[in-house]
Design a protein around this ligand. Structure first.
Ligand code: 3HC
Length: 693
């Protein structure tokens, strides 16, 4: 917005004042908008020629809420809750005309108005909890007065967007208008003149019983899994029954301000901007993605089936090829059973499942890929197998068909070597289950063209996933860092900790699953095979823990063999004396005097392992920014968004403390844990690791 342009303007049409907010890109309620809106309402209220008021927005959306860029800075008056109170108190009817996404403060402006209209397709909601906050302009007080406590509580605690139809049914809006929104709003304003005014804040709240209230709150606590904002949002909605709106708004504001300063609040704002930043990839500014209609998938095992489901869900025609007819048939049932589970849980209709299965063709002849715009390979992670496959594919598919590999550890440059034009090869590393996990590490190999990369990113986005750029290195971003994390987990065992203690420290911190439970779930055999491959080239000067090898030698591969780090009783992990015995032996063999570990030390040590290797990956250009690493861990490794990711947590511990910890690791565990120069520089200059954030 240029400085001379007013973000809020008022136009008079007969006796109706039309107030328009125009603050691209999403009409956020920044200070100038709040001040302009307040002045316009006061002006119209005091103007004898005006009988009613319309509030609408220019551009693609109604306001998407508070200006997040102002958050965490000293508040600038007027506050939106005051502006909303003024709208509600206006002596003339105020009609709010929603369109696009009316979120947070945007939705709240309407809740304070006297009549609410929405254009078809409008989405409304209170997503503040996704920023670690609660609504701050009366949302938790006015919404229950309009739609009742249970529905308001659910919306405020989840931050879910609702469609206009649902909002109408619940009573959050009065009408969905089919014609021109502004004309309809002006008509509604005329109709409201001299009718009794309905002020949401003055409506009674229909109270619910104490038992139901407790049940609702407990449900929110369970789902929040340690996140504070949803629980506070739910409490505020419940409290609306025992307070007047002005009293409730004061309480709401106290909580809004308090949460703004918490680590969770800062972490979630960091993640909001990180996600938008991740889409900016240097060198792709002028690249256009190819139009993709038909996608091929090689392999219909767990990964291939998951990828196929994601592609079918996104509307692509999908061609899957397996090794033989039986494998193809098994693949078809694997794909169908994922859809069937979604039908059984009510997430998908029978009809939608049938339509998706009709877009799938599955067989065992690679020639079926000839019409494809992209083929994604998801076969066994073996370099020779993949190289041969890519060479065969490049002879079959169209010259402009993109070839993507889903390898997790192999070198995409080596996979692309025998293809006729390696510029159309990229990595698309999905995470299991591929139809659910949001992360796709999108890998630029040595020859990958800008258009190939742009297309891979666009497809991942169309699958409603989060593509994160990665360069080529073993394990790409996520698994590369994870191997340092895994080793520190095992070293702590040798030094005195037990698996369940490390798991508890990380789970109490917010991870849905501690590292050892996660290792057991994904299986210990894959990492074992990798270690065996690397054994010949391993530097003996670096510390190596044999504990995991011992478990594997006993056939303990994790949950799938009913034993790994834990033993499993009815699918539940139980600490196992055998594991403890192996751990104690390992300490004895190395003459390590065992000691106890506190939760903070465990967290610091694991964050350090991730952050130091993250800094190295940054230095090498494997990853573009520290915040991308955070997104990888949140969307691929189960870290909750409110922890902000490992690089965010490294800053929270303080980079000097992280450096000190790496120096200890280096002295104790060998050169693999040498402090990353970027980390050393960051501490020296008192700056973030990549100078961003
Ligand atoms: N404040 C400041 N900037 C915002 C913003 C906001 N509330 N919402 C979006 N933007 C910016 C984005 O950072 C992005 O900027 P960039 O182009 O420089 O990266 C640009 O607007 C476009 O955003 P998206 O890329 O996300 O565009 P989409 O079309 O994909 O999504 C959206 C649009 C659904 C509005 C999405 O941006 C969104 O969910 N925004 C956040 C909405 C929100 O959380 N609102 C509540 C704010 S808190 C509040 O209202 C407090 C109140 O209760 C007092």
């Amino acid at each position: 917005m240029s400085e001379n342009v007013q973000p809020v303007t008022m136009q008079q049409r007969g006796d109706i004042a039309i107030i328009t907010i125009d603050n691209p890109p999403v009409n956020a309620t920044s200070q100038a908008v709040r001040a302009g809106l307040l002045a316009a309402i006061e002006g119209a209220d005091g103007d004898a020629r005006i009988a009613a008021i319309v509030i609408c927005c220019a551009g693609r959306t109604f306001t998407a809420g508070g200006d997040i860029r102002e958050f965490g800075k000293p508040p600038l008056l007027p506050m939106l809750f005051d502006t909303c109170a003024r709208i509600e108190a206006c002596s003339k009817p105020v009609v709010c005309a929603y369109h696009g996404t009316a979120l947070g403060g945007g939705f709240e402006i309407g809740l304070a108005s006297h009549v609410r209209l929405a254009a078809p397709g409008t989405q409304l909601g209170l997503p503040e909890v996704k920023l670690g906050l609660v609504p701050g302009a009366g949302g938790t007080q006015r919404l229950p007065r309009l739609i009742g406590i249970p529905a308001a509580l659910e919306l405020a605690a989840t931050g879910r967007f609702m469609k206009a139809e649902e909002a109408l049914k619940l009573g959050a809006i009065d009408t969905i208008v089919e014609g021109d929104l502004l004309e309809c709003a002006v008509d509604a304003a005329h109709a409201a003149i001299e009718k009794p005014m309905r002020r949401s804040g003055e409506l009674p709240v229909i109270a619910i019983g104490a038992e139901q209230a407790q049940e609702l709150l407990n449900g929110v606590k369970r789902k929040a899994r340690g996140q504070e904002a949803p629980v506070i949002a739910a409490q505020l909605v419940l409290e609306s029954a025992s307070r007047t709106t002005p009293q409730g708004v004061v309480r709401e504001r106290q909580e809004f301000n308090r949460l703004m300063e918490t680590q969770q609040g800062r972490a979630m704002r960091h993640i909001f901007f990180a996600e938008r930043e991740a889409a900016r990839i240097p060198g792709l500014e002028n690249a256009t993605a190819k139009d993709v209609k038909i996608a091929g998938v090689v392999g219909a095992g767990t990964m291939g089936a998951g990828i196929s489901v994601a592609l079918l869900d996104a509307g692509y025609n999908v061609v899957v090829v397996e090794q033989n007819a039986e494998a193809a048939e098994r693949g078809r049932s694997r794909i169908a059973s994922i859809f069937e589970r979604n039908v059984a849980s009510g997430r998908l209709s029978e009809q939608a499942m049938t339509e998706r299965m009709q877009r799938l063709s599955i067989g065992c002849d690679l020639m079926a890929f000839t019409p494809c715009d992209i083929v994604i390979e998801a076969v066994f992670d073996d370099l020779d197998v993949k190289r041969t496959l890519f060479s065969q594919l490049s002879a079959i598919v169209r010259d402009d068909c993109i070839l993507a590999t889903n390898t997790s550890y192999l070198d995409p440059n080596a996979i692309a070597r025998d293809t006729s034009n390696p510029e159309r090869v990229a990595g698309m590393h999905f995470f299991a289950p591929a139809n659910i996990m949001r992360l796709v590490e999108t890998v630029r190999a040595q020859h990958t063209s800008a258009q190939t990369l742009a297309t891979a990113l666009a497809i991942a986005k169309k699958l409603r996933k989060l593509p994160i750029y990665s360069g080529v290195c073993e394990g790409f971003i996520g698994n590369r860092l994870y191997s340092y994390y895994r080793r520190q987990c095992e070293f702590m065992l040798e030094e005195g900790a037990l698996p369940h203690e490390i798991d508890r420290a990380m789970e109490d911190w917010g991870l849905p699953m501690g590292p050892f439970r996660a290792f057991d779930l994904s299986g210990l055999d894959i990492a074992w095979a990798l270690r065996k491959r690397q054994a010949a080239t391993r530097d003996p000067a670096n510390r190596y823990s044999h504990i995991s090898d011992r478990l594997c030698e006993m056939g303990r591969f994790g949950q799938k063999t009913q034993a790994g780090w834990y033993k499993y009783q009815n699918g539940k992990p139980v600490a196992d004396d055998m594991t403890t015995k192996i751990i104690l032996e390992a300490s004895r063999e190395k003459n390590i005097a065992r000691r106890s570990f506190g939760a903070d030390e465990i967290r610091l040590r694991l964050v350090t392992a991730l952050a130091n290797e993250g800094a190295r990956a940054l230095e090498e250009g494997i990853t573009l920014r520290a915040s991308d690493i955070d997104l990888v861990y949140i969307n691929g490794y189960g870290w909750p968004a409110w922890l902000g990711g490992p690089m965010f947590q490294a800053s929270e511990f303080g980079l000097p403390r992280i450096l000190e910890e790496v120096q200890k690791m280096h002295a104790r565990d060998g050169s693999e844990f040498t402090p990353a120069p970027l980390l050393v520089q960051a501490v020296k200059h008192g700056k973030p690791i990549d100078g961003s954030a």
